[in-house]
Design a protein around this ligand. Structure first.
Ligand SMILES: *[C@@H]1O[C@H](CO)[C@@H](O)[C@H](O)[C@H]1NC(C)=O
Length: 261
């Protein structure tokens, strides 16, 4: 979003660099040419500045990308080979829920024998063409996860969630987590930040409209028990083995839960 306004002004100043020296050296150029160029340059700079003022979302995102080690969605992308080892055939029909889901879904679709869908819980104003195409084809949906998901029970073999549950209040978490369990057949994988990421996540408030609440693993595990969601010990072991073999170390907490029977 903030990229667009910057480009035109940059282009102008790049091409505008040429007239300045030449007009200084040759008197043949009329001075009005220079002033017109200056006015145009000024207009672009002002327009660019105004756009950037509105684009706080984009700039926040840029900040979080740079500081980046707490984006659990990026962790999902990195973890795909390990997840494949741990889940095997259950990586057949995957739903990812979280920000930047287009990027996760595109990556999953490049895997052999994997179909993938995505739910983007936040606005995607800065979607690129590829992402727009995924939305257009119904592969990625923009949907508020506070409400029932638009899928039948057990529509997916595996549901992977990242950077999404920590923005829900307990009331909505109570509704959404069972929903995620409902649409999955073989399992539910949750990627979430550690409480020490809390400060870094504060930058996301403008984007998600709410401060993330990053919980400890004891909190989550107790909560899963309350929700009757069981951890999948078999998969946890396989995941750990595969992670070690592939030298994968996550900077997020990862929980492997069984779907409801
Ligand atoms: C959410 O569910 C848990 C477990 O069933 C319950 O203890 C808690 O009171 C619920 N919270 C809200 C806000 O409904």
């Amino acid at each position: 979003m903030s990229r667009r306004p910057i480009n035109p002004s940059r282009r102008i100043s790049e091409s505008g660099a040429a007239p300045f020296p030449s007009s200084l050296h040759s008197r043949s150029r009329s001075p009005s040419y220079v002033s017109i160029a200056l006015v145009i340059l000024g207009v672009f700079l002002v327009v660019g500045y105004l756009y950037r003022g509105q684009g706080t979302f984009g700039s926040n995102k840029a900040v979080s990308r740079v500081e980046g080690d707490f984006s659990c969605t990026l962790e999902v992308e990195r973890a795909i080979p390990v997840l494949k080892k741990a889940y095997g055939d259950s990586m057949h029909r995957v739903l990812h829920v979280g920000p930047d889901t287009c990027s996760v879904v595109s990556k999953l679709l490049r895997e052999e024998d994997t179909e993938a869908w995505g739910i983007e819980p936040y606005d995607i104003e800065d979607a690129d063409r590829k992402c727009k195409s995924l939305v257009h084809r119904g592969i990625v949906r923009v949907a508020d996860i506070k409400f029932p998901l638009p899928y039948r029970p057990k529509s997916f073999s595996l549901v992977i969630v990242s950077d999404a549950l920590e923005y829900l209040s307990p009331k909505f978490l109570n509704r959404t987590l069972p929903e995620l369990g409902r649409v999955s057949a073989d399992g539910l994988v949750i990627f979430t930040g550690y409480p020490r990421h809390q400060k870094a996540k504060a930058a996301d408030k403008a984007k998600y409209g709410r401060l993330a609440k990053l919980r400890s693993s004891t909190w989550w595990i107790r909560y899963f028990v309350q929700m009757s969601l069981e951890e999948n010990e078999g998969v946890i072991k396989k995941f750990e083995q595969a992670a070690e073999k592939k030298s994968y170390r996550s900077s997020c907490q990862i929980f492997h839960l069984k779907s409801y029977n």
